[in-house]
Ligand binder design. Structure first.
Ligand SMILES: Cc1cc2nc3c(=O)[nH]c(=O)nc-3n(C[C@H](O)[C@H](O)[C@H](O)COP(=O)(O)O)c2cc1C
Length: 197
């Protein structure tokens, strides 16, 4: 069993990132429930090094895909994502969604012919993972249509990952006096998700 941890906790709080506290709560209980599991991490530095795709890069990637050369380095992140048994994504709530570096990561893992493909009836996912968990913390409160959550819910469906769960620790800046208790409650939810499946 291999868990892929996409650590997008890019934070001015550095190691005290509240989003990473959610991830740590999940990972602690996940490791306890799955002692045999390996956790592979894609961290903030790696995400921030990614270059967004420009037209020439897209042409190059398309040519490699047409040749079936999915072992090329441009597909490294997509191959890793495709092969994971479970995926954990943690990202702070930025500008109504999440940091740009995570959006660029999505460009890399969205590789037609590897993580998903098209048929006449639409898009079909080809990822192995049985679940994806999205953890986020926000200064304001969760909305019914919070974009980061919606984005990862729809990506999970596109990649063929059947189970999607999320935790949104909201109101951490709006009501600082209650931030501690709200974060603790969200950590408990993350811990419970880590124990499952
Ligand atoms: C660049 C940036 C953008 C943010 N955008 C939002 C936002 O759109 N809505 C919101 O409620 N909070 C926003 N916040 C506040 C963060 O979501 C909040 O402080 C979060 O807990 C930060 O997580 P961290 O402790 O892991 O850094 C933003 C913070 C930063 C630094």
């Amino acid at each position: 069993m291999e868990l892929l941890f996409v650590d997008s906790c890019i934070s001015q709080r550095r190691d005290a990132s509240r989003t990473r506290k959610l991830a740590e709560a999940f990972l602690e209980s996940f490791r306890a429930a799955h002692p045999e599991a390996e956790v592979e991490t894609v961290g903030p530095a790696q995400l921030l090094d990614l270059k967004p795709f420009d037209p020439d890069m897209l042409d190059g990637r398309d040519a490699l895909a047409r040749a079936g050369a999915f072992d090329a380095p441009v597909f490294d992140l997509a191959r890793q994502f495709q092969a994971a048994d479970a995926v954990l994504v943690a990202a702070p709530f930025w500008d109504l969604a999440f940091p740009a570096a995570l959006r660029i990561y999505i460009e890399y893992i969205s590789a037609v012919g590897l993580t998903y493909h098209y048929q006449e009836d639409g898009c079909h996912g080809d990822c192995r993972a049985s679940r994806l968990v999205y953890l986020t913390s926000g200064g304001g409160f969760e909305q019914e249509d919070s974009l980061g959550v919606l984005h990862w819910r729809q990506l999970s469906a596109m990649f063929g990952i059947p189970r999607f769960d999320y935790v949104f620790a909201g109101g951490l800046d709006a009501e600082p006096e209650r931030a501690g208790e709200r974060l603790a409650a969200a950590q408990e939810l993350a811990r419970r998700l880590g124990e499952e499946g």
